[in-house]
Write a protein that binds this ligand. Structure first.
Ligand SMILES: [Zn+2]
Length: 424
């Protein structure tokens, strides 16, 4: 059950905004409404309220470039998943995916020298001279700091360099174009996995984002990446950028993305994760935020992009995306209690249906949240078996006049009521 995300009808939004904002300057009210939404959507985790809130909204809130772009220190080759490595200067880096049939690059660094002195030695460490070929590279967009090493790599290894067709012109290498006009997900097949790529114009016409499968201890996870960083300063491009954030959110939701990565790695906290892995190892991998927190992060990006549109266009009226959270009440479902609470950064989500379903049997019940956001099933799907059955509670989301409450869900195993865990 997923809520189809769509813009609320413009007339309704206009009415709601008029009611909320009155005669005050609509542009600044709308701008601050979305920045506030980014803040509320951050929740309580300091990584979200700190790093992500600052970085996702940076170019909506500041006129200059992020100071992190001045950090030219080199990060050594660092394994971040079973089959993915990170290397490069801290301001703009690259990811190496190692498939069963060879290696593939996300971004190529800034120039020939960096390709020669950073990328190639990293590839050699991963087996380039021992029969592990370089298969290709995907610069996320057509700016030099992302494709600058491409010519050197193509000249020396004959690789295809994939780039959005919108950025294809005047490149110093042969481009294998990805269709920037196709806004649906596109598959780029690698030997043992498909990359799902998404044209997200806005930062540049040819920017691509997507979802990449990786493995941790042999288990597959998926990372969503946002290919453009700085927000554009004209309305048509800013609207494209906003639309791209919404489509990446939908792709990450549909694919069940578990975390994010970014080639300007300070933007989404990737750099913090790499530092963390270098210090503590990757057993408890910081890139794996969890599906709900991954969507939370991308919803924050969406609100920052909406703020940028509102900053540029005094007439813009864009419904706010509100991240919701549904949690089982009382520590989890039991055979005698099946209740859950739905909340968001705006408080309790009242008067909304939630569905409890038993994964093993398919049995389900529906309840409506009260003024405190609490929903309790009057008749339970039974029998519920402690330690065996898993219950998933789902809130499908809803739309108001000037907001959209995003869907959320949670799953937990049925426990015995009142049972105290053995031990101290
Ligand atoms: Zn750029």
């Amino acid at each position: 059950m997923t809520l189809t995300i769509r813009r609320v009808a413009p007339v309704l939004v206009a009415l709601a905004a008029a009611a909320v904002c009155g005669a005050a300057g609509a542009q600044s009210a709308e701008y601050y409404r979305h920045l506030d939404a980014a803040t509320r959507n951050a929740g309580s985790d300091p990584f979200f309220t700190g790093t992500l809130r600052t970085q996702w909204c940076y170019t909506a809130e500041n006129s200059g470039a992020p100071p992190d772009l001045q950090d030219r220190a080199l990060e050594p080759l660092t394994q971040i998943f079973d089959d993915m490595w990170f290397v490069g200067p801290r301001w703009v880096s690259q990811y190496i995916i190692k498939t069963s049939g060879g290696m593939f690059l996300i971004d190529t660094l800034n120039n020939d020298t960096e390709a020669q002195t950073i990328t190639v030695p990293a590839l050699q460490q991963l087996g380039l001279n021992a029969g592990v070929p370089l298969l290709g590279a995907l610069p996320t967009h057509g700016h030099r700091d992302h494709h600058g090493g491409g010519a050197y790599l193509q000249t020396n290894f004959g690789i295809p360099i994939y780039l959005g067709s919108g950025d294809e012109a005047n490149k110093p290498f042969v481009v294998t174009p990805l269709d920037s006009a196709n806004l649906a997900p596109q598959i780029l097949p690698l030997p043992d996995r498909n990359l799902t790529l998404l044209s997200t114009p806005g930062h540049t016409p040819g920017t691509f984002s997507g979802v990449i499968p990786v493995h941790q201890d042999g288990v597959q996870y998926k990372l969503a990446f946002w290919g453009g960083t700085g927000m554009p300063n004209n309305v048509p491009a800013a609207l494209q950028y906003l639309d791209g954030t919404e489509r990446l959110y939908a792709l990450a939701r549909d694919q069940g993305a578990d975390g994010t990565m970014h080639t300007h790695p300070f933007v989404d906290g990737s750099l913090q994760h790499v530092d963390n892995i270098q210090a503590n190892g990757r057993a408890n991998n910081p890139f794996l935020l969890g599906k709900a927190q991954t969507l939370r992060s991308l919803a924050m990006l969406r609100e920052c992009a909406a703020a940028k549109v509102a900053q540029l266009d005094a007439t813009a009226l864009i419904p706010t995306w509100r991240v919701t959270r549904v949690e089982f009440e009382g520590g989890g479902p039991t055979p005698v209690s099946l209740s859950a609470r739905v909340t968001s950064g705006w408080g309790a989500v009242a008067g909304q249906q939630v569905t409890f379903s038993v994964n093993e049997t398919g049995a389900a019940c529906v309840a409506t949240t009260d003024a405190n956001g609490l929903a309790t099933c009057a008749t339970r799907p039974h029998p519920l078996r402690p330690g065996k059955d898993h219950v998933t509670v789902t809130y499908s989301g809803s739309a108001g006049l000037d907001y959209i409450d995003l869907a959320s869900s949670a799953t937990a195993v049925v426990t015995t009521p009142g049972r105290i865990r053995a031990g101290k």
